[in-house]
Design a protein around this ligand. Structure first.
Ligand SMILES: Cc1cc2nc3c(=O)[nH]c(=O)nc-3n(C[C@H](O)[C@H](O)[C@H](O)COP(=O)(O)O)c2cc1C
Length: 339
């Protein structure tokens, strides 16, 4: 099974909601929500890919390293690479049930585990959260469930404690779903979280808590000050606002603002090992990929997810050789140019 075969198998199953484009860059599906596009003119997604394309790699092959070590540790979990699989939800809504919530979640967690990358699963419709828990249970807690910013902090805390009891290494909350107009029966039940809300939640949750969808240094500082262990620099794949800054660009300000006090993961248009490398060089601890993993699961199941992740790992290792980085720790700003 090759990635081309997986994409060819996924294309008819995903039509017309997703075209399974050879390069998933947000152009063909601009504005398609429900669907897999980004909001409005799609600019919050395309800004990410355009920013990443502007960052250039600086070659250095005069070194002794033949086999770089791309392994990393996130929230106490040893990984083959600093890569996460993003939570993707709303199968009925966004993908006309091309795959069930249950199958997607199991493929995502199982495939990520086989590849040694960290999976995040979603929340929203009641069955979505349950599926994430079931996949975590089937994989010894190997999952970071991503809970919606429910208005009731008690609901977030109860869910997070349930996940911690299953052995999940961390729990996330997609705080950027504050104005989500897209959650069927949940409209009006989610909202913005204040630093006091985050403090209450973090104090009650026994595992690291991650705020997903933080885009400014000020926001990141609020998270650190409230007890969060990490953030995901993200615009929800451009689905919650248009005209947002590129996530890679926001990362620069964020890393400056919080130094090493937070684990920082970045998503949005990350498609290659070179993109992962660029974000690490700009200060990320890990990168996260969403939509292509979903296409891989539809076309190739858990093996498709594993193959896609392994391919990104091989690409990352290749860039590490070409830039003279023996380990992830050696990837820094001196290895890129901002053009
Ligand atoms: C169809 C769809 C559904 C999504 N559902 C969720 C979700 O339930 N929770 C969440 O935190 N993010 C959700 N996201 C956002 C992703 O987790 C991630 O931030 C984004 O897709 C990353 O960008 P990429 O797809 O360009 O890699 C969703 C994205 C898509 C495309």
């Amino acid at each position: 099974m090759t990635l081309n075969e997986i994409w060819a198998a996924a294309r008819p199953r995903l039509a017309p909601k997703c075209r399974a484009c050879p390069v998933c860059d947000g152009r063909a599906c601009r504005g398609e929500i429900p669907g897999c596009g980004a909001m409005g003119d799609g600019s919050s997604w395309t800004a990410c890919t355009e920013f990443l394309a502007r960052v250039k790699l600086r070659m250095d092959t005069l070194h002794e390293c033949w086999k770089p070590d791309a392994s990393a540790e996130l929230f106490g979990v040893k990984l083959a690479a600093p890569l996460c699989l993003a939570p993707i939800g709303g199968m009925a809504h966004n993908y006309d049930n091309a795959i069930t919530e249950e199958r997607w979640t199991l493929c995502a967690v199982d495939g990520a585990k086989r590849a040694g990358i960290l999976p995040f699963t979603g929340d929203g419709a009641p069955e979505e959260y349950e599926m994430g828990l079931a996949a975590a249970r089937a994989n010894g807690g190997f999952d970071v469930p991503t809970i919606k910013p429910w208005r009731d902090n008690g609901k977030i805390i109860a869910r997070a404690q349930e996940c911690a009891a299953l052995g999940c290494p961390a729990v996330a909350c997609d705080v950027d779903a504050a104005a989500f107009a897209n959650m069927g029966s949940a409209v009006g039940q989610v909202g913005a979280k204040s630093p006091a809300d985050l403090e209450e939640i973090c104090a009650a949750v026994p595992v690291p808590f991650i705020a997903k969808g933080v885009m400014t240094g000020e926001g990141a500082r609020k998270c650190a000050g409230s007890g969060c262990a990490g953030i995901v620099v993200s615009t929800h794949g451009g689905r919650v606002i248009s005209s947002a800054q590129a996530t890679g660009e926001a990362l620069i300000e964020i890393r400056r603002a919080v130094a090493d006090s937070l684990t920082v993961i970045v998503d949005g248009g990350v498609r290659t090992g070179a993109d992962i490398f660029k974000l690490l060089a700009l200060g990320a601890d890990a990168a996260m990929i969403g939509r292509p993993f979903f296409v891989a699961a539809v076309g190739g199941g858990a093996e498709g997810v594993r193959l896609y992740a392994d391919t990104k790992l091989a690409e990352l290792e290749n860039v590490m050789i070409m830039t003279g980085c023996r380990s992830i720790g050696e990837i820094g700003p001196n290895k890129i140019s901002l053009g």
